[in-house]
Design a protein around this ligand. Structure first.
Ligand code: CA
Length: 227
């Protein structure tokens, strides 16, 4: 089931969207202001965000820019009451994937959501052959992990997990998603294996494994890579 975060401060619109999208078979979470939106988007995995432009605390532009800045590449559809071309362009420049002008029909929004999700599904997020963060280099071509001038041993499962983390930089990955990434779907390996491999990875990539800077635990859900 695709998960959608709806960020909207007007209760009627928020609840209407929740009803409508739930009926369409999506799992919907609501956030009422910009700060809540950023917090929830970082704590839980989503496939798409419907983001109102005019919000308390932080407006949609700021939310969008901050999420992109943190590396979250979840598709975003902005809801805007403004029709000026400049506003739309600004939204797209801030990293929105599409926009819908208020007042909108539920049919139009549903069509846009489907289109954006389809596009996101087709896009191949190419992970570069060599990925660098901090003093670490992950070389997928040579299957090597380097820190400074040292080359560290890395297992094929660790490399697969790293690839999934890098591909989804800034997004929470559930243990199930990590099991699929590391061991393939339908594996008999348990969640515990994911935790063990994350501990091993932290020893290799974190300056202080006890205080992770790159590979964060997200309580009850999984892990997030911010490198
Ligand atoms: Ca609003």
């Amino acid at each position: 089931m695709k998960r959608i975060l709806v960020v909207e401060d007007e209760t009627n619109i928020a609840l209407g969207l929740e009803d409508d999208l739930t009926l369409e078979g999506y799992s919907v979470v609501l956030a009422r202001d910009g700060d809540e939106a950023i917090r929830v988007a970082r704590e839980q995995p989503f496939d798409l965000i419907v983001l109102d432009l005019m919000l308390p605390r932080k407006d949609g532009f700021t939310v969008c820019r901050e999420l992109r800045h943190r590396g979250l590449n979840i598709p975003i559809i902005m809801l805007t009451a403004r029709t000026q071309e400049a506003e739309k362009v600004l939204g797209l420049e801030m990293g929105a994937d599409d926009y819908v002008t208020k007042p909108f029909s539920p049919i139009e929004l549903r069509a846009r959501i489907k289109a954006v999700l389809r596009r996101a599904g087709e896009a191949t997020d190419v992970v570069p052959k060599v990925y660098r963060f901090g003093d670490t280099e992950v070389d997928f071509g040579r299957c090597e992990l380097r820190r400074g001038d040292r080359t560290l041993d890395v297992t094929s499962i660790e490399l697969k997990l790293l690839e999934a983390f890098i591909r989804n930089r800034g997004r929470v990955l559930t243990r199930d998603q990590l099991l699929d990434a590391g061991w393939g779907t339908g594996t008999n390996v348990t969640d515990r294996a994911v935790d063990n491999h994350v501990v091993a990875l932290r020893r290799k990539i974190e300056p202080d494994p006890a205080e992770p800077r790159y590979l964060y635990s997200v309580r009850g859900i999984g892990y997030r890579f911010d490198g």
